[in-house]
Design a binder for this molecule. Structure first.
Ligand SMILES: CSC[C@H]1O[C@@H](n2cnc3c(O)ncnc32)[C@H](O)[C@@H]1O
Ligand code: ZN
Length: 424
């Protein structure tokens, strides 16, 4: 496949050749038989990797508002999840997956229930997913006991061991919903199958107080002390961490997800701001995620980049923090790295995960610096095309992989049905 006449992030014009799933050359030999995508007037960017999502929670978009995390979970989300079936997760993931395509996102790290349904949807749509079955110390929508959840996670790990798009993972919810014993069982399973562990960590001040009350130490300290932390841990939020804890994360090679919009919407931090400058200073790999859309309320990574940049600057009274280029790298290359992908750059030998942006819009003129435009001016609706693993999923704003209108209609019915079940 050939993407012709595209504008690269360095503003140079280029023909990009893709063979199967890889970028094989930029401005190299032409092959007459290639499928040609004419990208004249369009900017090509590496696609995003959204490293903290709950895809199927699109079903709860707009109905869990103006609450702190504890009430958000205990008063609405968990009671509603009691009624969640695998069918709901399928249709919630359909809405979410279509939104990912329209937002230029090639891959996600997702934590939820019935992950085989999420996998089915992502494969249908052609997207990548590092998918973690949730582990709790109380019943989940798919299992009564923790041991049963661990078995489900193990079966999923076996089923998806060698998949092109899906990477199995495991997702203990947090230190306040999983005991140290459970966390160590998770670690054992993760080590056995080489799984990435996704966990919510140090998200709120309540969490820190609660863990100190239970164990006499802070959440990161606790995980360090029980031998849970290593380079296969992807920690979402990490808002309430001390410098010593950041050093612990760095020492063990833990990767972190910054979720500025969710944190600010749920008022989780002082200013909802994770200590990014210190994470950077101590060498922690920082990535970017939206969280689920019940706390965001969309998967727009352009918005997430802008909020990250301006919140970090504002919080420290320093506009030199979180520069556009740095934030763009966090949303693309760093995300890919955390998910174990050679992607996030438009270079030979990298995976062909690319998005096209229509530049012919007033808010994208004048066209001085593409990356500054991407971080501060663009939005998800500027995404005109998405190619993942060398396959076009959307071109000229048309979804190529499913009948979008039909899918959205069915999915919305399922969302309303869940709402009725939970609240009538
Ligand atoms: C293991 S994840 C699935 C579980 O977590 C709930 N959830 C969604 N977002 C958050 C968040 O930011 N912090 C804590 N818990 C969250 C979700 O509703 C599922 O129950
Ligand atoms: Zn979350």
């Amino acid at each position: 496949m050939l993407i012709k006449n595209a504008v690269l992030p360095n503003k140079k014009r280029a023909d990009i050749y893709i063979e199967e799933k890889e970028i094989v050359s930029i401005n190299g030999e032409k092959n007459k038989d290639d499928w040609v995508i004419d990208a004249r007037g369009k900017l090509v960017l590496p696609s995003f990797y959204n490293t903290h999502t709950h895809l199927a929670m699109t079903l709860m978009r707009g109905i869990v508002e103006d609450l702190v995390l504890k009430d958000w979970l205990e008063k609405i989300v968990w009671p509603m999840e009691k009624h969640l079936s695998r069918e709901h997760v399928y249709w919630g993931s359909i809405i979410g997956g279509l939104e990912l395509i329209r937002s230029g996102i090639a891959g996600i790290a997702d934590m939820y229930f019935f992950m085989d349904e999420v996998a089915k949807v992502l494969k249908l749509l052609g997207l990548r997913g590092t998918l973690g079955t949730t582990i709790f110390d109380f019943p989940s929508p798919e299992a009564e006991s923790t041991d049963e959840m661990l078995k489900i996670a193990e079966a999923f790990a076996k089923d998806y061991q060698n998949d092109e798009l899906i990477t199995p993972s495991i997702a203990p919810h947090s230190t306040y919903t999983c005991s140290p014993e459970t966390l160590l069982k998770v670690k054992e399973l993760a080590d056995k199958y080489g799984l990435l562990i996704q966990i919510h960590l140090a998200e709120t001040r309540w969490e820190v107080y609660e863990i100190q009350k239970r164990y006499g130490k802070r959440p990161v300290e606790l995980l360090g002390d029980i031998g849970f932390l290593d380079e296969n841990v992807l920690a979402a939020h990490a808002v309430w961490v001390t410098k010593a804890e950041i050093r612990t994360l760095a020492k063990h090679g833990v990767k972190v997800v910054h979720n500025p919009i969710s944190n600010m919407k749920l008022a989780s931090g002082g200013a909802g701001v994770m200590p990014y400058p210190e994470m950077k200073e101590y060498g922690v790999l920082v990535t970017l995620g939206t969280d689920g859309v019940a706390s965001n309320n969309n998967f727009d990574m352009f918005e997430e980049m802008k909020v990250m940049a301006i919140a970090q600057k504002n919080h420290r009274w320093d506009p030199t923090i979180a520069k556009a280029e740095e934030v763009f790298k966090i949303a693309t290359e760093n995300g890919a790295k955390a998910l174990g992908l050679k992607a996030g750059r438009i270079e030979e030998g990298y995976l062909a995960d690319l998005m096209l942006i229509d530049l012919n819009k007033p808010h994208l003129k004048p066209f001085y610096d593409p990356i500054t435009l991407a971080v501060y001016s663009m939005r998800a609706s500027d995404v005109d095309g998405l190619i993942v693993n060398g396959r076009p999923l959307m071109l000229n704003k048309e979804i190529l992989v499913v009948d979008e209108a039909e899918m959205l209609e069915k999915a919305e019915k399922k969302a309303f049905e869940l709402y009725e079940k939970a609240f009538s």
